[in-house]
Design a protein around this ligand. Structure first.
Ligand code: FRU
Length: 529
């Protein structure tokens, strides 16, 4: 009776409720089963075979890149419930070699303070946070809270910085009860903390993107932050909002330390839409100073599809490994062809410094660990060729190493084409007359989703007498590294049928090929060891 009066249920309605409950439980079981049945084989059309992509749902920026106890952590901007951007979580995957990835449960969920936007993770070696509970060093994630309610209400102070910690090597995360640790004082764009330890001052440093510039904060304990400096209002490119910074030292070949500031930019990149610029200079624990003129813009990648990339904290052997989101936020990221997931990362790349006549520049090369993916090899011995040279390599995933002697070549344009039997193709080459590399995806297959996609993109390049092209071709991407990574271009394509044909071309003259090696690559997803 008490129950009845309290919740107002009669006998028949109790039965109805129980039946509903049973039905609901059955539906849940069913749902779980069909979810399981749906779990990805990673072999859908357009599924990258040696790049990381989430099993399902939407992904954008890589986040929380940290190496700890032999494991590389890759967190990422994630919306599990749709293939377009939405309430942001941190997805999580780990790897011991940066090649094969293990998908893990979501690490951070949105909460009452907001969506979990981009950020970083560190190992708190000295337990400066006091978060350590057992023997393990705490991992601390520092991220942006984006308060969607404040945004809807038109409030400017919608972004702040929060932290979370893990005492079990990144498996589970606890949000700090004192969040946010860095409040918003009136900047609409106030995000993407990339925290690192600066030993000389024994402080944590947080570079943060604030609209049209960078702000640098410091802290003894990751909880209390003081502003140190600003950089960039009148430096580099400003076609769009600054996002996802990264600041780290690299050594020149002569052993001199320089600081690199990676600064992603939401619009106005060299080949349209979003892209990544960088600065070379000094950092003294408080200020970053640019060694180039303020009007100089250095582009990290001349392709259209490398955005929001940053580097791993605490990687072994002083390595600086970069990974980006292989898409273009501003131009078409949410509408590229997709089925159950959308987006992949770039290949991880080792960064180094090179000296050029214009100054110190970044070189980027695919990590050496990728060599374990090599399977069958096709090799072409030295020869001169005109028009075209078909390489018999009827597989989709490939790595190319092409060596050219430019002094003895007379061709105007040289390069390679990937194509399929329905006359779709991507042309990748070097125009010697204009001194430009290009990727032409105007006839690459599915292009109608955006007017901004079917383009030929170019990159200026000063070629030497010998030239090496190192390229990786996956189901929907090409990544090009020229002459030891002095130039990088990353681009997407969506052929209706896989590109299996590979042809070298040499137009208006002959090309001296010193050697060509083409490797078939294993898939990282189907246990090919
Ligand atoms: C960059 C970015 C970040 C932000 C995140 C939101 O792609 O806009 O600035 O933190 O994505 O998902």
């Amino acid at each position: 009776m008490k129950l009845k009066s309290k919740i107002g249920l009669g006998h028949s309605s109790i039965i109805a409720t129980y039946s509903l409950l049973i039905l609901f439980t059955l539906a849940l079981v069913n749902c779980a089963q069909s979810d399981k049945a749906k779990s990805s084989s990673y072999h859908e059309q357009h599924r990258p075979q040696f790049h990381f992509s989430p099993e399902k749902g939407w992904m954008n920026d890589p986040n929380g890149l940290v190496y700890h106890n032999g494991t590389y952590h890759l967190f990422y901007q994630y919306f599990p419930d749709s293939t377009v951007w939405g309430p942001m979580h941190w997805g999580h995957a780990t790897s011991t070699d940066l090649v094969r990835w293990k998908n893990l449960p979501i690490a951070l969920y949105p909460d009452s303070l907001g969506y979990i936007f981009s950020g970083s993770a560190v190992v708190d070696q000295g337990n400066s946070t006091g978060f350590q509970q057992g023997k393990e060093k705490p991992l601390v994630a520092i991220f942006t809270y984006h308060d969607i309610e404040k945004e809807k209400a038109g409030r400017i102070d919608r972004e702040s910085q929060g932290i979370a910690y893990s005492n079990d090597n990144g498996n589970t995360w606890i949000k700090y009860t004192g969040n946010p640790v860095l409040k918003n004082k009136g900047d609409q764009d106030f995000r993407d903390p990339k925290v690192f330890w600066y030993d000389s001052t024994k402080k944590w440093i947080m570079p943060l993107a604030v609209g049209d510039h960078l702000e640098i904060f410091s802290s003894p304990n990751i909880k209390d932050w003081a502003k140190e400096s600003e950089f960039g209002k009148n430096e580099g490119s400003h076609g769009g909002v600054w996002e996802c910074p990264d600041l780290f030292p690299l050594k020149t070949k002569k052993g001199k330390e320089k600081w690199i500031l990676i600064q992603n930019i939401g619009r106005g990149s060299v080949n349209g839409g979003s892209g990544t610029q960088y600065f070379v200079g000094k950092f003294d624990g408080k200020n970053f100073t640019n060694e180039n003129t303020p009007s100089t813009t250095l582009w990290f990648d001349y392709g259209a599809d490398n955005y929001a990339g940053v580097t791993w904290n605490s990687a072994p052997d002083n390595r600086r490994v970069f990974i980006g989101w292989m898409s273009n936020w501003d131009d078409y990221a949410t509408i590229v062809p997709a089925s159950t997931w959308r987006s992949a990362t770039t290949l991880p790349r080792d960064l180094s410094l090179i000296e050029t006549t214009e100054g110190t520049r970044i070189a980027q090369n695919p990590i050496i660990e990728l060599e374990q993916l090599r399977k069958a090899k096709t090799e072409i011995s030295p020869r001169a060729f005109s028009d075209s040279l078909t390489i018999e390599s009827p597989f989709v995933q490939k790595e190319l190493l092409l060596h050219f002697d430019l002094v003895h070549s007379t061709s105007k344009v040289l390069g390679f084409t990937i194509s399929n039997s329905v006359h779709e193709k991507v042309i990748i080459g070097f125009d010697r007359a204009t001194s430009e590399f290009f990727i032409d995806r105007t006839h690459s297959g599915k292009i109608s989703f955006s007017k901004k996609f079917a383009k030929k993109h170019i990159a200026p390049f000063k070629a030497e007498r010998l030239m090496t092209i190192h390229a990786f071709l996956d189901a929907t991407s090409v990544e090009l590294f020229v002459d030891g990574g002095q130039l990088a271009m990353t681009e997407l394509f969506f052929p209706n049928e896989d590109y299996k044909n590979l042809t070298l071309f040499s137009s208006e003259g002959k090309t001296e090929l010193l050697k060509a090696e083409v490797f078939e690559l294993k898939s990282i997803w189907n246990d090919e060891k």
